[in-house]
Design a protein around this ligand. Structure first.
Ligand code: TYD
Length: 143
């Protein structure tokens, strides 16, 4: 994975064991290689390839880590000052989605399966779903 330069993000590496014909094992431990206290997870399948787009929001406080368990997709990250796209195609390699980071997922392979782990329960009030509001709040945070 290319180096992540946007704020409140970074690469996450799971521990792996290759058991050859008995498969592969991927391990994340909260507050060790996965930098949050996990309270919730969700996964996404059934994506319609290049037609699908997800995300397009930021979170005020929520911390998440995103993994591509199967297939591949493109993650677009924007901290309000810098934008970056990252391809996720390795189950051992995830990305931290920290607070105030606008993100979207697209370019899915048809077999793509995504896992997200988060440090809090679902709370709609934590979402910023409008990009202009996001930029305003990034600017307000700098003042
Ligand atoms: P959303 O977080 O916007 O999905 P994504 O970031 O993957 O594009 O969530 C889509 C819908 O599902 C939204 O209406 C809220 C609902 N939802 C829950 O009720 N609980 C959850 O834990 C999540 C992640 C979403």
């Amino acid at each position: 994975m290319q180096k992540i330069s946007v704020k409140n993000s970074g690469e996450i590496r799971l521990q792996t064991f290759d058991d050859r014909r008995d498969g592969r094992l991927f391990i994340g431990e909260a507050m060790k290689n996965v930098p949050l206290k996990i309270k919730r997870f969700y996964f996404i399948n059934g994506l319609m390839g290049k037609k699908s787009v997800r995300g397009r929001h930021a979170h005020r406080k929520l911390e998440q880590c995103i993994f591509c368990l199967h297939g591949s997709f493109v993650l677009t990250l924007d901290d309000g000052a810098r934008k970056q796209t990252v391809t996720l195609d390795d189950p051992a390699c995830g990305v931290r989605l920290g607070r105030m980071l606008w993100h979207s997922m697209s370019g899915f392979s048809k077999d793509c399966v995504i896992l997200v782990v988060t440090d809090d329960y679902y709370k709609e009030s934590d979402y910023i779903r409008n990009y202009e509001d996001f930029i305003q709040q990034v600017k307000a945070g700098k003042r």
